[in-house]
Design a protein. Structure first.
Length: 225
């Protein structure tokens, strides 16, 4: 049988009444056969969307940004306060170079400093500063789909419920169509299914913000040989 779930949250749930009853004398496995949504995943969100400069706090709206987008936003916001800033990528070293007319404070945990490759420190005004680390403009390294009724998966040595993992290989705003060429089937732990929950998380196990886009997932359950 196939089970489809749709919703606008990274947690998808379905309740079945009466429950789906699997034959007690057979073992069953489940696999993901299709995931459809749009790549609306932000790299700047609550938690890393602040820019502290001088005595000012600039808040960047949640969104998917390139380095030049961040520079344009900060230039416009700081120009209103009589400040100047330059932010450029160094494509050879994969680091960023920043210069501002006022001191920049990358010490707060919710600053964009880490995304730009800077460690927790204060940057002196009117000097060019190269980031300590490569820019992490891509916040997501993997999307992982977890299912509450499966077993047999391990993540970093710990038991988990992951049934599929992939990288969204399309730019922001484009359709994600994930159809595995080889479906990985994992054992179904329940013979009676009355509640099914899927969670879509990143490589660190954090729920992914799809910003209200519709997500559709289709699963396949079959008897194992």
């Amino acid at each position: 049988m196939t089970l489809s779930l749709s919703g606008t949250s990274s947690i998808l749930e379905a309740h079945y009444f009466p429950p789906i009853e699997l034959l007690p004398n057979k073992n069953y496995v489940l696999g993901l056969v299709e995931l459809l949504t749009f790549n609306s995943i932000p790299n700047i969100d609550v938690g890393n969307n602040k820019f502290y400069v001088g005595k000012e706090e600039i808040v960047l709206p949640t969104g998917s940004y390139e380095i030049e987008d961040i520079e344009n936003f900060l230039q416009e916001a700081l120009a209103l306060k009589g400040m100047q800033i330059s932010l450029k990528p160094n494509n050879s070293t994969l680091r960023s170079v920043i210069k501002c007319s006022h001191n920049i404070n990358f010490q707060p945990k919710d600053s964009i400093g880490q995304l730009l490759g800077f460690t927790s420190r204060v940057l002196e005004a009117n000097r060019s500063h190269n980031s300590d680390l490569p820019v992490t403009i891509l916040k997501i390294n993997a999307l992982r789909v977890e299912c509450n009724i499966t077993s047999g998966a391990y993540v970093n040595g710990h038991r988990g419920h992951a049934i599929h993992e992939f990288f969204p290989a399309v730019p922001p705003g484009y359709k994600i169509i994930e159809v595995p060429s080889h479906v990985i089937y994992l054992p179904v732990a329940n013979k009676s299914i009355d509640h099914l929950q899927l969670r879509i998380v990143d490589q660190d196990g954090n729920l992914v913000n799809f910003r209200g886009e519709v997500i559709t997932v289709r699963l396949h359950i079959k008897a194992s040989s």
